[in-house]
Design a protein around this ligand. Sequence first.
Ligand SMILES: Nc1ncnc2c1ncn2[C@@H]1O[C@H](COP(=O)(O)OP(=O)(O)OP(=O)(O)O)[C@@H](O)[C@H]1O
Ligand SMILES: [Mg+2]
Length: 402
Amino acid sequence: MSKNDVGTCSLMAEYLDRIGAGKVLVDRGPLSFDWTPPSLVGRNSELAYLASMFMGIGNDEVSGRAVVIGQVGTGKTVLTRRFGEDIIRRMEGIRKIVLSHVNCRNHPSTSQVLQQIALSLDSRHPERGFSSGEIIQTIRRNIRSRGLHMILVLDEVDVLVRRDSSDLIYKLLRIDEGKSGQGTISLVLVSQDLSLMGMMEPAIISRLGESNVMKLEPYDFNGLIGISRQRYEASCRPGSVSDEVLEKIGRFAAETGDARLSIELLEAAIRRAEMDGRGEVSVNDVMPSTIRAASVEPSQVDTLSIHQKLVLLGVCRRLRKEEVVSSGDARKLYELVCEEFGFKPRSYTTFWKHLKMLETEGLLEAKSANTSVGRGRTTYISMTNTAPATIGSRIEKEMTNR
Ligand SMILES: Nc1ncnc2c1ncn2[C@@H]1O[C@H](COP(=O)(O)OP(=O)(O)OP(=O)(O)O)[C@@H](O)[C@H]1O
Ligand SMILES: [Mg+2]
């Protein structure tokens, strides 16, 4: 190794040391959106209400049904996960319960959903050529022969219904009809779409039971502080994040009531403190201005054309989870959004014009960079002037109300 190499190595080590100094952070896990906290903040009555829909679940012939709706980041997914895990534990020695959680945005067709259910039972994949009715009966046999009860959560179920109608839900609700032995599956439907029930046929609504619909309200200031406090306590050194910091996070996140935003702001603030080599997060580390500040008014979106909105919605969905999206991905996301809302995607040239226009409007920023393969250049899109979640749900709301 030459002298030069050694120099580079030690420099690199220093830079890595700083990133991993861990003066604030002990365990990054609880800052992930997928972390299921041991208890939920401020959702006791909602959990109790959900539990009431599962009354008598300890008996073999009984199943529950529930519909959970609420805006983005109101804790629908985590609520159903927490409930599922809690009920499995509570029923130990009484009834064997298996939880299957299928996200219909990731698996939007009837056959994909059935495949996920089958996989959760650890069975062979459903074979091709069988009708959905036959696959459902195979799943039923599997559950019953093993003495199980399944709690099936269909998350973001509106995506499935919009694409394939509510036929699968109807079949699942009737899984035991005319058969010996009842109570095979409890069905939980989850959706952001407040008009979900309007998309269902009366026969389904009557089987689900209108009193089994629960709406989650957006979190308020105190709820959001509680959620970020829980994440901080689970991931950071004691005393590294003050009440003032948590309050500032709560104030900013309360604009949307989205729990994800409060976690995101906390993580960004921790990262800033760590980068600075400090052992305490300061109030100035909480900087929503760069991520979600209102230098763009959300209402600005209302004057855009339909396809500009669809392009923007695709981008917003990705940017809620990532910092940038490539133009290629933005195109694919746009096509998905078009499919979801029943529009025919415009040509690539028109799509590109829309992107440029959104950039001129200040809603998006675009930077081009060399691609890692070939000699091409790719454009990377980000959104620093405004909140992707706010803009995205504004467009979503309008599209679903059309
Ligand atoms: N009451 C709560 N207590 C603790 N953490 C929560 C609570 N509510 C939400 N969270 C956390 O906030 C994040 C967003 O919640 P979740 O994913 O459940 O929202 P959602 O309603 O399913 O959103 P979407 O509509 O986008 O799917 C998750 O990381 C979740 O763990
Ligand atoms: Mg969810």
